[in-house]
Design a protein around this ligand. Structure first.
Ligand code: ADP
Ligand code: MG
Length: 460
């Protein structure tokens, strides 16, 4: 049996023991590659799906595969992409495509596996390139500065400091510079580091007395990209370490690229000497995309995802989702997903329903009950477990998320949230909500997770 057929057959079995939304959520874009020494590698689109399949569905998957072939003894999971994954194959059939609301014709080339993993050496995500990066008046300065850095790394704009609100493309842009430098000069030492990660590295190095080797490691970098620098300003010690590292690189004409949610002068606790270093380079902001640009971004996304959505629907989204590009993508994904789940085509009315319930009047249909139901379904828990006083590890996070959603979406008071969770104290509710809010600042997987939970509330 071909791997693809094997996986398709396995999916057919798995589908029977998993709810339809879970199936679409978790098994979308999965695939399998060669079975070697009894081990099959299941490909999943992201880390989150990987953990999820490993922790929740491992037995189900193994069982399904072993019923089909005795070759498989065990499974490993890897993040990667199969362009002709079984679900994609399924969606290639015109009738199915129509049923799932996909109206275009997919191309028929059977592309090989595209690895979409983050390179541990550079820490860059290959997804972030200039290929699908839309340039408009909102980001053209930052984009032009980026191009200039690529032409003259280290000797032109140094450091390049890019700032802008959340979801507007800072991470995408700074990583695209790194990926492009690497493409043009293979072997060049690029390193992308979210500032939180840098801080952990410093703390660990101090603890283990390995500061020298950490410094050596950074000294060898040709292009250092630090994302979300604003966090570094929280402690003096961290700023001091960063200042020395910055100077060491700067004096050797190594390129430094920094992103932040605000300009240097607006980072209140930023030390003067760091601020003047940052201001000595190029500072470029990213603003809000206008309507035309939002529409262009949506068109680009649908093209790369190879889905056709009526122009009217795209216009509707572009008119109503204005805050940032991440939300724009989110709205598009929700619409595609909802169309798949309900087997209805994507039309303007359906889009309206989804967008308005999300953007304009989310609170109206939302109840605490729905939140509890969606969270427990999503995490495969019993609703009672969620509100009970258990400290089981896999319940703690979902419980915190449920509390967070009640606070954020329903504006419940902390005591009343505590009440709903088995009469817990209001300080517990505060702690939970703050914990999630804090993690959300840096943890994009959690953000994605919560977005999926919200989608579920919407659909349920
Ligand atoms: P930030 O780091 O500013 O919070 P991100 O770089 O994570 O924002 O961008 C959020 C999402 O929007 C990402 O999926 C990114 O690929 C997409 N995106 C951002 N800017 C653009 C752009 N100019 N064109 C296309 N997609 C973009
Ligand atoms: Mg970012």
């Amino acid at each position: 049996m071909e791997n693809n057929e094997l996986w398709q057959a396995a999916l057919a079995k798995i589908e029977l023991s998993v709810s339809k939304p879970s199936f679409l959520t978790w098994f979308q874009d999965t695939g399998i590659t060669a079975v070697q020494d009894g081990i099959a590698t299941v490909f999943v689109p992201n880390i989150f799906a990987k953990e999820w399949l490993q922790n929740k569905y491992h037995k189900t998957i193994l069982h399904a595969l072993r019923e089909l072939t005795t070759d498989v003894k065990d499974i490993t999971y890897a993040v990667g992409k199969l362009d002709n994954s079984p679900i994609q194959t399924l969606l290639r059939q015109p009738q199915k495509r129509k049923r799932f609301g996909l109206t275009d014709t997919p191309d028929d080339d059977t592309a090989p596996i595209k690895e979409l993993t983050v390179d541990p050496e550079t820490n860059l995500n290959p997804r972030y390139t200039f290929d699908h990066f839309v340039v408009g008046s909102f980001n053209e300065l930052a984009h032009a500065a980026a191009q200039s850095v690529i032409k003259n790394p280290g000797t032109g704009y140094n450091p390049l400091f890019v700032y802008g609100g959340v979801g507007l493309g800072k991470t995408h842009l700074v990583q695209a510079i790194g990926n492009e430098l690497l493409r043009q000069t293979p072997g060049v030492k690029v390193r992308y580091v979210p500032s939180e990660k840098y801080m952990t590295e410093v703390v660990d190095a101090l603890k283990n007395q390995e500061m020298n080797s950490l410094k050596e490691k950074y000294k060898a970098i040709d292009c250092l990209i630090i994302d979300d620098i604003q966090f570094i300003a929280r402690t003096e010690k961290m700023q001091e370490e960063f200042f020395h590292m910055f100077n060491a690189l700067y004096q050797k004409n190594r390129q430094i690229i920094i992103s932040s949610d605000r300009p240097p002068q607006a980072i209140a606790t930023l030390e003067e000497r760091l601020r003047s270093r940052f201001e000595g380079g190029m500072i470029a902001d990213i603003g809000l995309p206008d309507f035309e640009t939002r529409l262009l971004i949506l068109r680009t996304k649908t093209e790369t995802k190879k889905i056709t959505i009526p122009e009217k629907v795209l216009i509707y989204i572009a008119e109503n989702v204005k805050n940032n590009i991440r939300e724009l993508e989110g709205a598009l994904n929700r619409i595609v997903m909802a169309a798949k789940l309900s087997n209805a085509p994507i039309d303007e009315d359906a889009a309206k329903k989804i967008i308005t319930s999300h953007v304009n009047a989310p609170k109206k249909f939302l109840t605490a009950k729905k939140i509890l139901k969606a969270v427990s379904e999503f995490y495969d828990l019993d609703e009672k477990e969620l509100t009970a006083h258990s400290r089981k590890k896999d319940v703690v996070k979902p419980r915190q998320i449920a509390m967070y959603l009640m606070r954020e979406e329903l504006k419940f008071s902390y005591p009343s949230i505590g009440d709903r969770f088995g009469g817990r104290d209001h300080t517990t509710a505060i702690h939970s909500c703050e914990k999630i809010a804090e993690s959300l600042k840096t943890n994009t997987e959690l953000e994605e997770e919560i977005r999926m939970v919200k989608d579920r509330i919407l659909l349920g």
